[in-house]
Design a protein around this ligand. Structure first.
Ligand code: HEC
Length: 216
């Protein structure tokens, strides 16, 4: 009988302890491990506000965590091309024509990937064949979409295209955050494959019409 009493008392105590944690629907109850209950959010590139812990700069590396996941300024990721330094202004746009395409001799193996990137990022406006007839053009949602197969753009320097894709132009936004530098050059190389071959120079035509030139 005594045993039953003890067990009974014990279970009442346990139940009371357990229930004491439930202080209504909106009360979170006691927090025994606040670090787990309310963790500090570590967003990848969030600047951590160490002043919450210490305001003394001499404590750097001590109490506070000054770590932030941003790469060191000037860092280039492995396999990435050098940064594009021309500014987003009229001078930068003019000078961009002189910028060499570092992927000029891109292997054809990379074309399918370049095409994929073009289809995802550009075809919605410029169209599958770059004729300026993508869904956003034909629906009239975005005005003035460039027909990249026209002579104007066939003659446009790769660097100028890169400049416009990097910073955006008119109703076209910047693609610097969607496509890294290498991918932007790849897309340009893909656009080149959609453009008509350059027209024969007048000199060539003259030669072909010249009856004295041997044909065959
Ligand atoms: C939202 C629609 C839209 C998308 C998406 C878009 N463009 Fe454009 N693009 C435009 C418009 C509009 C223009 C004309 C800009 C102007 O001259 O005002 C343009 C112009 C261009 C030009 C000519 C730039 C110049 O200097 O005159 C190039 C090259 C180009 N786009 C390439 C691309 C590539 C490559 C992509 C994909 C990475 C892309 N565009 C995605 C709308 C778009």
């Amino acid at each position: 009988m005594k045993k039953i009493k003890i067990i009974g008392l014990f279970s009442v105590a346990v139940a009371a302890l357990t229930m004491s944690g439930c202080g209504g629907k909106n009360n979170p109850g006691h927090t025994y491990m606040p670090d787990m209950g309310y963790s500090r959010a570590y967003e990848t590139y969030a600047g951590h506000d160490s002043t919450v812990i210490t305001t003394n700069p001499a404590d750097r590396g001590g109490k506070a965590i000054f770590y932030n996941a941003m790469p060191v300024a000037g860092t280039i990721k492995r396999g990435e091309l050098f940064p594009y330094t021309l500014p987003n202004d009229t001078t930068g746009y003019r000078l961009s024509a002189k910028v060499e395409n570092p992927l000029k001799n891109m292997s054809v193996i990379m074309l399918p990937e370049a095409e994929r990137l073009y289809m995802i990022n550009c075809a919605i406006c410029h169209g599958e064949k770059a004729a300026g007839d993508g869904p956003l053009a034909t629906s009239g949602k975005v005005p003035g979409i460039a027909n990249l197969t026209s002579p104007l753009y066939a003659a446009m320097a790769d660097g100028t295209m890169f400049h416009s894709i990097t910073y955006g132009k008119g109703f076209m936004g910047s693609y610097a955050s969607q496509l890294d530098r290498k991918q932007r050059w790849m897309v340009i190389n893909y656009v080149r494959t959609l453009q008509p071959a350059p027209e024969a120079k007048p000199a060539d035509n003259a030669a072909s019409q010249d009856s004295t030139v041997k044909k065959g």
